[in-house]
Every structure is written in C-alpha cells, then in structure tokens.
Ligand binder design. Sequence first.
Ligand SMILES: Nc1nc2c(ncn2[C@@H]2O[C@H](COP(=O)(O)OP(=O)(O)OP(=O)(O)O)[C@@H](O)[C@H]2O)c(=O)[nH]1
Length: 278
Amino acid sequence: MAKARREIKEKLKLIDVVIELVDARLPQSSRNPLIDELAQQKPRLMLLNKADLADPAETERWRAFFKRTGAEVLAINAQTGAGVKNIAPACKTLASALYQKWEQKGMKPRPLRAIILGIPNVGKSTLINRLVNKRQAKVGDRPGVTKQQQWIKVKQELELLDTPGILWPKFDDQEVGLRLAATGAIKDELLDYGDVAAYALRYLAAEYPDLLEARYGIERNSEEDDIVPLFEAIGKKRGCIVRGGLVDFDKTAELILRELRSGTIGKVTLEKAEHEAL
Ligand SMILES: Nc1nc2c(ncn2[C@@H]2O[C@H](COP(=O)(O)OP(=O)(O)OP(=O)(O)O)[C@@H](O)[C@H]2O)c(=O)[nH]1
C-alpha cells in the first residue's frame, strides 16, 4: 500500500481532475479513505459505477450525499456506457477555476488531465475501454513527464492517464468486509462464504423483503431474528438438497451470493447514505 500510495501521489502531480470510481451498491465501503488525503484539494468527480445493479432510489441519495462534499457525482454503467458521455462535461465544470486561471494569464486552454482511482474490481479497466471507444488513441509522452506515462484522448478537452490508480479497500470494520465480499469485491477465500451469505440474506430480509419474495417465493416473519429458516426455505425451493433431504447450506449460500452479485435477485444497495456522516 505504501508503494501504491507513493505512485499515486506522484501521478497526481500531473492531474487536473481526480475521477474516483466506487461501486454504487456500497459507495462508502468501496472507497479507501486514503483518497481524501491523496487527492486533497483536486477537483473530484465521483462515479457510482455498476448503477445497473444498485437500488436507484439509494443511488440518488448517495449522489446527493457526495455532492455535499463538493464533488461532481454521476451514476454510470461502465459495461453498457450508460452515463459515460457525461464524464467529460462534468470534468470541464469541475475545472472552471483552472480555465479562469488560464484565461487571466492569457493562455490557450489545454486538454484537462484526469486519472481514474478505485479499489480492485470496481470497473476501472471497463470504464477506460469504454471511454476510449477501443480506438486507444494514445497521446504520447508529455515533456517533463515520466516516459511511461501515457495519456489517452477521451475528448478534445479531456485526456486520461492510461493506467488507473489502485487503492485497496479498507475493511478493519467487519461489516465493511462482509459488504465487500457480498458484492464479490474481495476474494471469497478471505471470509467465510456462509457468513457472507447469511449477512446478505439478513440485509435483504430487512431491507428488500419484496425482492426475496418475488425471487424465492418466501415470506419472512419480521419478528424472526434467526436467519436459518430463511436459508432452509431458499435451499428447499431451489433444490439445494443433500442425501436424506437436508438442505445443503454451502450450495444455498453459493446460490444466494451468485444471484445477488449478478442482479438476479434485483437492484440492491447494501448500505444507506443516511447512516453516513459527512
Ligand atoms: N454490471 C456491471 N458490471 C460491471 C460494470 N463495470 C464493470 N463491470 C464488471 O466488473 C468486473 C470488474 O471490472 P474491471 O474493469 O476489470 O475492474 P477493475 O477495477 O479494472 O479491476 P482490477 O483490474 O482488479 O483493478 C468485470 O466483470 C466487469 O465486466 C457495470 O457498470 N455494471
């Protein structure tokens, strides 16, 4: 992490606008707080990616939440490109002070330089590919810039560093770890699969009971704190059974997580903006 941090710090010296990519299903847990220290006063564009998998009402609340920090915020789907066309205009809006400075100095505006930062698996490469539209128009080295730094032309007014900055998620908090694991953002071996599925199921039962009912045809007794009967009901419905007719918990856990991650259960956000303090 110390090395990654040093590298990002170096790269940020060349950057006008920081594009922070987070997962719309867990916008706070998929950030590394270090980014605030690293990016400091640089204009920030926050992208809530994988918005296709998140609860739209919650995405809207998160958008408002991050906007209050002074960032520009967009919900996008890097896979299909939905919302991606708004990135360059948002960068221009963020850089208005820079344009003013250039004008005062009588300088011609040059393309803005941006970097994409985010945790692994959040969609950085998908977004870069989407932004360059596979043309991979490398702009080449800039004078005074380390040889390996390549810039990709996104639009006339925007260039992107071709390698994203990777920040590791921070999960000292067990719940953050469980949320990240539930979306597949961290390796399955790091946490117990059954625990992750149980966490996800408990959250779904509390926040999205209608989705559970629609997908698995089960109703939850809201007084019930024990998650096992729900697990069993899903396992039975979906034929996750071992010899003797007992429910195969491992298989059921796998099924729940697979269907949650793919969006088959529905559009789900695993943390709420209103619980976060600015
Ligand atoms: N549903 C959905 N999937 C997405 C979206 N963006 C990316 N993905 C998927 O998320 C997975 C990770 O995407 P990558 O672009 O490899 O993520 P990355 O941040 O570059 O990952 P690292 O190389 O590990 O740092 C891939 O399977 C993508 O297809 C999105 O907006 N919606």
